[in-house]
Design a protein. Structure first.
Length: 282
């Protein structure tokens, strides 16, 4: 979820605690973003977590360099009940029992209520795209993985790059941002996968950029869009057009004739229709 634009951090000690400590309170001029509806459902993001665990399990387990300590998985916008953050912590801890987890919520009261679920490895703080990371004993907290689901759907396309730039500030080189949209039960979703690179490595890269090929590139220094993930349960009825309502913000507004993204989806639909007659054969 994300934030009441322009509203600064709280003025008392309790607000300072929720906003991520006195160091974070001085550093940020208020959480950046807009409020969301805050509603979710149990296991809504289960397949997103399973994807991450298969896509880059080493990232969740890294202990080299700055990954050695205080390198968080951040769930941006857990909502009024932090069920998605707690579920993800359980799943990811099956790979790395010592992984620190943080839910970052724009609504101060929701963040306050979520803190009742804190443990030694699970934290909740008020914040937005400018993540409320602390500096502890001279050591800056960092982030290895950010999941931002059903957050950017309410923004205009021009806000996407700024949001990614803010999110990447504390993201370690090699870290991931998984940003996307799902239906309310998580049965169908689409996500961007972005990797943090050093500036030098980004300049030298020549690998294909799917978003550029779809005419929807997002230029953020140090970030590389390396995948576009479509997820559904093929045990149920399926049509490629089902994905259009959950396309990421940098693509969904390009679903117009003449746009590359539109052509991609139309080609997929035609191929799907051509294969309908033989799908009974597996």
């Amino acid at each position: 979820g994300n934030n009441k634009k322009g509203k600064g951090a709280g003025s008392n000690k309790e607000d300072a605690k929720i906003d991520g400590g006195y160091e974070a309170k001085r550093h940020f001029k208020g959480a950046q973003g807009q409020p969301t509806r805050g509603k979710t459902a149990p296991n809504r993001l289960r397949r997103v977590d399973n994807f991450v665990m298969m896509y880059d399990p080493k990232l969740l387990c890294r202990t080299d360099g700055r990954f050695a300590s205080d390198s968080y998985f951040v769930d941006l916008g857990p909502g009024c009940v932090p069920i998605t953050t707690l579920e993800s912590a359980t799943r990811f801890h099956s790979l790395n029992p010592m992984l620190p987890v943080m839910g970052v919520e724009i609504d101060k009261e929701w963040a306050r209520l979520a803190q009742k679920h804190e443990t030694d490895l699970i934290r909740f703080r008020k914040g937005g795209f400018n993540l409320p990371m602390r500096k502890i004993e001279g050591r800056q907290e960092s982030v290895r993985l950010i999941r931002a689901f059903n957050v950017l759907r309410q923004y205009d396309e021009g806000s996407v790059a700024d949001a990614f730039a803010m999110l990447s500030k504390h993201l370690l080189v090699g870290g991931l941002i998984v940003e996307g949209t799902s239906d309310k039960w998580g049965k169908i979703w689409v996500a961007n996968v972005l990797r943090k690179h050093s500036t030098e490595a980004t300049a030298q890269q020549s690998t294909p950029n799917y978003s550029a090929e779809l005419g929807a590139d997002v230029e953020v220094e140090g970030l590389k869009l390396e995948a576009l993930v479509f997820s559904t349960n093929l045990k149920h009825a399926f049509d490629p057009s089902d994905f259009q309502s959950v396309l990421p913000k940098n693509i969904i507004h390009r679903m117009e004739e003449g746009e590359k993204a539109f052509m991609f989806m139309e080609t997929w639909k035609h191929c799907y229709e051509d294969c309908l007659g033989v799908r009974q054969y597996g």
